[in-house]
Ligand binder design. Structure first.
Ligand code: DX5
Ligand code: ZN
Length: 228
């Protein structure tokens, strides 16, 4: 039987306190984060604006935990290499935002980062079929991107299952990340369907629990769900 890959938890700093971002990154890293997820929004691909490469450069010295940059940006090829140069370990672009996805993925790898490809809730799994051999990560959005704190779209569970089948069927070494509405309530279903990287923003950075405790709860819920 194929063993499921270890679950990674990727706290999204979108819900962190930006006035003390470095400390929040450190808190997540010391609290057991496997990646730090950085949401980059351009006000065009999504109706919100966030951060650029200089913020990645600024948080880089705070931790050795890999920085997982999620570009919600039209024509990401214009900026992707700059994120890699600023210290991103993984740079994920949206399939919907790239005219020449293959070229963009290659550009990210040449710039020294691991490339990922993301798909929105309404984008079919077939959008990643031809690129899956050239990326290190597929990101399934389980909300419409743009904001933290939205509810998990339940249909994502079946979609994750189909992407997992595609990855396993091809026999490629590709991580399957899920992003949006992940909490201790939903992590089990996402992991059970085959996701092995779970992004969580508002469920990690909030006033009701310490960052380390929130990460531990999500990890425990995911482990429960990924049990055969
Ligand atoms: C949404 C972003 C997410 C966001 C998730 O557009 O891509 O990474 O931070 O936030 P939660 O976990 O609160 O849904
Ligand atoms: Zn994200």
């Amino acid at each position: 039987m194929k063993t499921s890959p270890a679950i990674k938890i990727a706290p999204s700093i979108l819900s962190a306190d930006f006035s003390r971002l470095g400390e929040q990154v450190l808190e997540a890293a010391e609290g057991g984060a496997d990646y730090i997820h950085v949401d980059v929004m351009d006000g065009r691909f999504v109706p919100n604006l966030t951060v650029g490469p200089e913020v990645v450069r600024a948080i880089r010295p705070w931790t050795d935990v890999p920085l997982d940059v999620h570009m919600m940006v039209i024509e990401p090829e214009r900026f992707a290499a700059r994120f890699a140069e600023a210290g991103a370990d993984i740079v994920t672009v949206h399939a919907e935002a790239c005219t020449h996805l293959h070229k963009t993925v290659r550009l990210i790898a040449e710039a020294g980062a691991r490339p990922g490809v993301a798909i929105n809730p309404a984008t079919p799994v077939s959008a990643v079929e031809e690129i899956i051999g050239a990326v290190d990560q597929v990101l399934v959005m389980s909300v419409d991107p743009g904001f933290g704190g939205q509810s998990f779209i339940e249909g994502s569970v079946d979609k994750i299952r189909r992407v997992r089948a595609l990855i396993d069927g091809r026999g490629v070494d590709v991580d399957l990340e899920v992003d949006g509405g992940i909490s201790a309530e939903t992590a089990g279903r996402a992991a059970g369907a085959g996701a092995n990287v779970l992004v969580a923003g508002s469920a990690v950075f909030n006033d009701s629990a310490a960052v380390a405790d929130a990460i531990a709860r999500i990890r425990a819920a995911a482990a429960q769900g990924s049990r055969p």
